[in-house]
Design a protein around this ligand. Structure first.
Ligand code: ZN
Length: 238
């Protein structure tokens, strides 16, 4: 036992992981699948964007600088909630600070997708969020999708701004940068990021035609209420 402890200190024995290996392995594969979908669908160009999921006591996140098509489950980086990286892994995405800050601030968030999608990023360059121009904005959990102020990528400052702009919602824009979507599952976080891009494209088009008429706070509250039961089928007795 003593020998194991010595060898562990010397870094020859893998440190004990807080998450169950089976769960972490499945999550790693899911992260790769979502990251590759984000890339191949054109939602985030080139090597931009990143994907993470919460695990017990930390998170799993895509590595920096690796083409998505070449990414494998073993390339996904495990980090503890205090920012420590489990040794012997790749370097985490430069945006790990943003992901970690969201997991710390929001117990309900279990997955995050960050993209540089075209139309949402264009709006973010005007430091402009997406107001209630369409009722589907409520899908993000509020009557707007806010835009966080600009801060250099990879900084604590950007992480702070993002947490604030996100609030209790599921998405926000980052000025001169892109989109953050947060949800209970990787699939839902991806779908949220894709929905933000669609809304951004519609809003940008509407702005080209004139000044979009916004829905009232009261109407958006009504839509948010309706969304709680939207798409749910009643149970059918067999
Ligand atoms: Zn980014």
């Amino acid at each position: 036992m003593r020998r194991t402890a010595v060898r562990r200190r010397a870094g020859r024995v893998a440190p004990k992981r807080a998450s169950s290996p089976g769960v972490a392995a499945t999550t790693r594969a899911e992260i790769v699948a979502i990251a590759q979908r984000m890339s191949s669908s054109g939602l985030s160009p080139g090597k931009s964007g990143n994907v993470s999921a919460r695990i017990d006591g930390g998170m799993l996140i895509t590595p920096t600088g690796l083409p998505y098509a070449e990414m494998r489950p073993a390339d996904i980086v495990e980090m503890r909630l205090d920012g420590r990286v489990v040794p012997g892994q790749r370097v985490a995405s430069s945006e790990w600070c943003v992901h970690l800050a969201i997991y710390k601030a929001r117990e309900d968030v279990r997955a995050i997708v960050h993209t540089h999608s075209l139309n949402a990023t264009a709006l973010s360059c005007l430091h402009r969020g997406i107001p209630a121009f369409h009722y589907m904005v409520a899908e993000a959990g509020g009557d707007e999708i806010a835009c966080a102020p600009y801060a250099t990528y990879g900084t604590e400052e950007l992480a702070r701004y993002t947490v604030k702009a996100l609030g209790l919602r599921r998405a926000c824009l980052l000025a001169n940068h892109g989109v953050v979507a947060a949800a209970g599952t990787l699939r839902k976080a991806y779908e949220m990021a894709a929905a933000v891009e669609t809304l951004a494209a519609q809003y940008a088009r509407a702005l080209q035609l004139g000044r979009p008429k916004l829905l009232t706070a009261r109407e958006m509250a009504r839509v948010i209420e309706k969304f709680k039961t939207y798409g749910k089928q009643p149970e059918v007795k067999k």
